[in-house]
Design a binder for this molecule. Structure first.
Ligand code: DIG
Ligand code: MN
Ligand code: MN
Length: 423
């Protein structure tokens, strides 16, 4: 009897313990979910913004018609507010149809401003569509027809008026049609001259109206034109110093566009940042060698997205994190909201991973090893005749230099493990 009752007690104990363990596990999972929920919830201080054209993208592509109904601007603002975005951006005609009568324009703008107020959304950036209407088929600022070039300036000034009215302080210029299918159409340096003249004119308008805009020039190598002038952020970094007001002009690098050009996006962003010219950024994702996919941020190349987020956060970039992307053509508007949430969530997950990377003991130990100062070297910072003489006299021990380890394989594997969630 005694053995049996002990066995009974043991059985009850084990079942109870298993129940408690299961409950504890569930409670832990719930705490983890709640913590995660807070950790990856977008907040205004994250400065996440979307263009009206991103969440209102109807899924049309060169081979298929729209799959989603029109999403009016005030509805787009509501969707973004519900998803947790901080800001909404717009091209002039995303909000006000071309050639709207002034009274209609004002009515539309007031309704939009009310929606932004209702949903706690700001307008950090404005831009202008110089690519959709057929009149821009040969470009806008670089078009051969001087009437088109003048109309492009007028349209941009009106878009600046609208952006200023909405409180935007950044004005993006993307020259989507500034390009060629054949270089028979104009000398490429003539295009540069026309572009410079237009940007100088708009900087002067900005000063005249005291709008305080900072212009952010956005590069793209091709699409919709066979070749687009100013194909990469680097091209614009070389162009800006030639302007009348270079201090007023920076860049708006886009992840997909630099990737289309086969470049390391973070490197272009880092060079722009180092030059004090990272005025805005277009975040999305892109598989190399394809048309401009404008995919949800982090959805195609996790590692490239990680290095970008790590750079922006380590550098202390304080500008908008703008997602210039759109949902898959297969999505309905619930799916579009998933897309918007996913962009912001992925950024915050990678931000948390960057913090773990910076705190990881093994990673930091390798970085410290790499940063260890070599034996005393002649100074090579600023040039001096004595410094150069000392450098010329110095004997380098190449065998010793070759013995210094560069454990990048381990460093990159630790990064992989951290991104894979096993560190
Ligand atoms: C394309 O990537 C361009 C347009 O969407 C817009 O003019 C600009 C603003 O981010 N990006
Ligand atoms: Mn794009
Ligand atoms: Mn863009």
């Amino acid at each position: 009897m005694q053995n049996e009752s002990i066995f009974q007690y043991a059985l009850i104990f084990c079942r109870t313990a298993r129940l408690h363990r299961r409950r504890a596990g569930l409670a832990l999972a719930k705490i983890h979910r709640m913590a995660n929920a807070d950790l990856y919830q977008p907040r205004p201080e994250h400065k996440f913004s979307f263009g009206l054209w991103t969440v209102a993208n109807r899924g049309r592509d060169p081979f298929g018609d729209c799959v989603r109904p029109v999403l009016p601007p005030v509805e787009a603002v509501k969707l973004l507010g519900e998803a947790g975005a901080w800001g909404v951006n717009l091209h002039d005609n995303d909000l006000v149809p071309m050639d709207s009568p002034p009274a209609e324009r004002d009515r539309i703008v007031k309704a939009f401003q009310a929606a932004c107020r209702d949903h706690g959304i700001v307008v950090p950036m404005a831009t202008v569509s110089l690519f959709y209407h057929p009149v821009f088929r040969d470009g806008a600022f670089t078009a051969n027809d001087p009437e088109v070039r003048a109309y492009a300036l007028q349209k941009t000034m009106q878009a600046m008026d609208l952006g200023a009215e909405l409180g935007a302080r950044i004005f993006v210029l993307w020259g989507g049609r500034e390009g060629v299918e054949t270089d028979a159409c104009r000398r490429a340096d003539e295009a540069v001259k026309r572009l410079r003249e237009a940007v100088n004119y708009l900087c002067a308008y900005n000063l005249d109206k005291k709008y305080g805009f900072r212009f952010a020039l956005e590069a793209k190598p091709n699409e919709p034109r066979g070749d687009i002038y100013m194909a990469t952020t680097g091209h614009y970094l070389g162009f800006i110093p030639t302007l009348d007001h270079p201090e007023m002009v920076g860049v708006n690098p886009e992840f997909a566009h630099e990737t289309m050009a086969g470049l390391n996006f973070m490197h272009g962003v880092a060079q722009a940042w180092e030059a004090g010219k990272l005025f805005h950024i277009d975040l999305n994702d892109q598989m190399p060698g394809r048309f401009d996919q404008d995919l949800r941020f982090g959805s195609a190349n996790l590692k490239a997205a990680f290095w970008l987020v790590k750079f922006l956060e380590d550098a202390g970039y304080d500008g908008p994190r703008h997602f210039d992307a759109h949902a898959y053509r297969t999505e309905d508007y619930e799916g579009v909201k998933d897309f918007a949430r996913g962009c912001m969530r992925s950024y915050l997950v990678l931000k948390a991973k960057a913090e773990r990377w910076n705190a990881d003991r093994d990673i930091q130990a390798i970085l410290a090893e790499l940063a260890a100062a070599p034996p005393s070297l002649p100074a090579t910072g600023a040039y001096s005749a004595t410094g150069a003489a000392a450098l010329l006299r110095h004997r380098f021990d190449k065998d010793a230099m070759l013995k210094r380890r560069l454990p990048y394989e381990r460093l990159d594997q630790l990064t992989f493990d951290l991104l894979a969630g096993i560190r």
